[in-house]
Design a protein around this ligand. Structure first.
Ligand SMILES: CC(C)(COP(=O)(O)OP(=O)(O)OC[C@H]1O[C@@H](n2cnc3c(N)ncnc32)[C@H](O)[C@@H]1OP(=O)(O)O)[C@@H](O)C(=O)NCCC(=O)NCCS
Length: 175
């Protein structure tokens, strides 16, 4: 991996974050949800990958619970973006790994993601069947709903993932 430093983002990083998402996701506008998450969700992990002080990657981990168990300490990984010119240099993998380390230290038992199993499987995510996503997915995307257990001593929660308001828009759950 090139000379990359990963740290929690700060308000001054917002212009760089606003430039990164349209470049990484030319067909999707994730800036509204990213802005709402960064503006108002307590306990958010927002990590930036910086190369020579420039933002080249970003990931958010949102604290969640289960609708059947409000005490479950869960997390949602999304979104993850790496600048097009910096992709396939392990930056996305490093952002995931750093986030998982921080979540584990913070006592989170399980992390969820909706994404390509070919990519997230490399970081240990497996298809999730016990906890359902906040909105139903079409059958063909069932394997895209995945999780990774960080604390196997905690009994896995069941029901639906209970997410904070910015993640409740059904449009965000259409793959
Ligand atoms: C997907 C993304 C985050 C990966 O980040 P990255 O830093 O390029 O990934 P890494 O370098 O850690 O891993 C690269 C490996 O993952 C694989 N990979 C990359 N993107 C992939 C994808 N969309 N699906 C499956 N595999 C993928 C590649 O095969 C690559 O392995 P290889 O170089 O040995 O062939 C990045 O490409 C990106 O931002 N893409 C656009 C936005 C996006 O789709 N985000 C995902 C949100 S679910």
């Amino acid at each position: 991996m090139p000379d990359i430093r990963i740290r929690q983002t700060r308000p001054l990083d917002m212009p760089a974050i606003q430039a990164l998402y349209p470049a990484a996701f030319p067909d999707e506008d994730l800036l509204p949800v990213v802005g709402q998450l960064l503006a108002g969700v307590p306990g958010l992990i927002s990590l930036g990958a910086f190369q020579h002080e420039s933002l080249v990657g970003h990931v958010i981990f949102t604290p969640c619970a289960a609708d059947a168990d409000a005490t479950a300490k869960l997390s949602l990984l999304a979104p993850l973006a790496v600048a097009p010119e910096s992709q396939r240099k392990s930056i996305g993998t490093a952002l995931i790994r750093e986030g998982l380390n921080r979540l584990k230290s913070g006592g989170i038992s399980q992390v969820f993601v909706l994404g390509d199993p070919a990519y997230y499987g490399r970081s240990g995510f497996r298809p999730e069947t016990t906890i359902a996503p906040p909105h139903p997915l079409p059958d063909e995307y069932r394997d895209a709903w995945q999780s990774l257990t960080l604390d196997a001593t905690v009994h896995p929660a069941s029901g639906n993932l209970a997410v904070p308001a910015p993640w409740r828009d059904p449009a965000l759950w259409r793959p």
